[in-house]
Structures are given as C-alpha cells and as structure tokens.
Design a protein around this ligand. Structure first.
Ligand code: OAD
Length: 246
C-alpha cells in the first residue's frame, strides 16, 4: 500500500503537466465547513426523513411546509458557515493550472464565494427561489410571505432553486460539463459518493478520454475503482497539501 505522501507526489507530478483539468466536487468538499453531507446520517429534526423524499417535486407537493422548512434549515447552515481550506485550495489550483473548471454538485455556492471563476453548478443554488409552477427565478420582492412556503405573484408556491430527484439538470451546464470531461487530461474528484447521475458519469467521460483520474475522499466511493490515484483523507487537509506540491 503506497504511502499518502508518495501518492500525493504522483498526483502532483501529473497535475503539473496538465493542460485541461476538470474538478468534480460533492458534499464532502463542504463537510469541513459544517455543511451536512447528503447521505451522512441526517442530524436532529430530519433524522426520520429520507432526504430523497424531501428533495423531490412529489415530496414538496405532499408536504410543502415540511420541505420548505428543511431547505430553510439548510440555508441557515450555509449562511452561518464559510468555505474551508478545501475550497481555497481549489482557488489556488485554478490560478496555477491553465484551464481548470470546477464542476460541482453542491448548491452552497462556496466555490464562488471562495474565489473560483470557472464553475459549472449542476444542481442549482440553495439560496435561489423559483416559482413551483412557472419554474422561473424569483427576486426577493416577488415573494408573498403571507404563507409558508411563500407564494409567487402567480399564486403558486415558491420552491428552492435546486435540482430535485427526478428533475433534469440545467441542460447547457450539463453539456458543458460533459464536453469539459471529454476534453480534459486530468480529472480530480473530491468528496462525492459518486452515486447520483448524471454527475457521476463525468469521471467516466474523462476515463474514456484517457484522462488521469485522481480522487480525494475520506472513504472509498463508487468511483474509486477507476482512479489512477486515490488520496484517502479529508478534503480540507489533503487538497491544500496536493496543491502546495504543484
Ligand atoms: P454524499 O453525501 O452522497 O457523499 C459525500 C461524500 O463525501 C462521501 O463519499 C463521503 O465519504 C465524502 N466525505 C465526507 N466528508 C468528507 C471530507 N471531509 N473530505 C472528503 N470527503 C468527504 O454527497 P454527494 O456525493 O455530493 O443532489 O451527493 C450527490 C448529490 O446527491 C447531491 O448533490 C444531492 C444528492 O441528490 C441535490 O441536492 C440535487
């Protein structure tokens, strides 16, 4: 079993020569910011709910107040925390390497807040609001707060601006992400279980393009078997070490 230091050197050597880097991030990159990951045991009030039930149009229709409350609870956590060293290491990475794109499944906007420029947000933004009927983005002054959830000017409920189970991802963002994966020579996967499609296909497109695959995760994931290098550890600790070697 190679030491983490040897693996870090191997990964850094390959990144130094990289022409186009795709970084796929998941909830694990925000875990050390205090944002609960999606599949870790739900904490507190939400312990008895299956998150997939809460993060779906059916779940929202069945119990709009409950789902709205879950997102308000998650929004509060995002508001009260900040990016962690893993996010800032990716800002450094983008500065050091010519063409780096962050493809994220996360909805907390921490990559943008930390300072990355080239970001593709596959699952939307938790702080944004959309009309449940029209789908359009709503400005704060378009929300009628006389009910919970608030209502749009059209009378329908307001929903958070994230992609839910069973919904399609923003099509041009997704096709851009697939194109980047097909044309990258290094794909770095950080903090994702690799179980939710279509995001989990991105490392496979990179593999088909003969890219060098590197994963950082505190546990093996569904993607670990296709990696050239698996760096086991916390993103907030391993990513800064890796980027400092480039
Ligand atoms: P998960 O909660 O499924 O997986 C989090 C991954 O991060 C796991 O592999 C953990 O082992 C790893 N992890 C946890 N803490 C870590 C740390 N400190 N450092 C490194 N890795 C760590 O989250 P995702 O894979 O991101 O979609 O879930 C993908 C999507 O599933 C989410 O975007 C969400 C859900 O459907 C939407 O909300 C639309």
């Amino acid at each position: 079993m190679e030491s983490l230091d040897n693996l870090l050197t191997k990964a850094a050597e390959r990144l130094k020569k990289a022409k186009r880097v795709v970084v796929l991030t998941g909830a694990g990159v925000s875990a050390e910011s205090g944002i609960p990951t999606f599949r870790d045991a739900q904490v507190g009030l939400w312990e008895k709910y299956d998150p997939a039930e809460l993060a779906s149009p059916e779940g929202f229709q069945a119990n709009p107040k409950l789902v709205w409350g879950w997102y308000e609870y998650r929004r509060e956590i995002v508001r009260n925390n900040i990016p962690n060293p893993a996010h800032y290491a990716l800002v450094e990475l983008e500065k050091k390497l010519p063409h780096t794109v962050i493809v994220t499944q996360n909805v907390d906007e921490y990559h943008r807040i930390a300072g990355n420029q080239n970001i593709l947000e596959l699952h939307g933004r938790i702080m944004e609001n959309r009309c449940f009927k029209e789908g359009r983005l709503l400005k704060d002054n378009e929300l009628n707060h006389s009910s919970i959830p608030p209502r749009c000017t059209c009378g329908a409920y307001v929903r958070p601006g994230v992609v839910w189970f069973g919904e399609s991802l923003p099509s041009n963002t997704l096709s851009q992400a697939f194109n980047e994966a097909r044309s990258c020579d290094v794909c770095l996967v950080v903090g994702t279980a690799g179980v939710v499609q279509p995001a989990a296909s991105i490392p496979y497109y990179a593999e088909q393009a003969k890219a060098f695959l590197i994963e950082i995760n505190n546990l093996p994931s569904a993607l670990t078997s296709i990696m050239q290098v698996f760096l086991q550890g916390k993103a907030g600790e391993v990513l800064p070490k890796l980027v400092s070697l480039i």
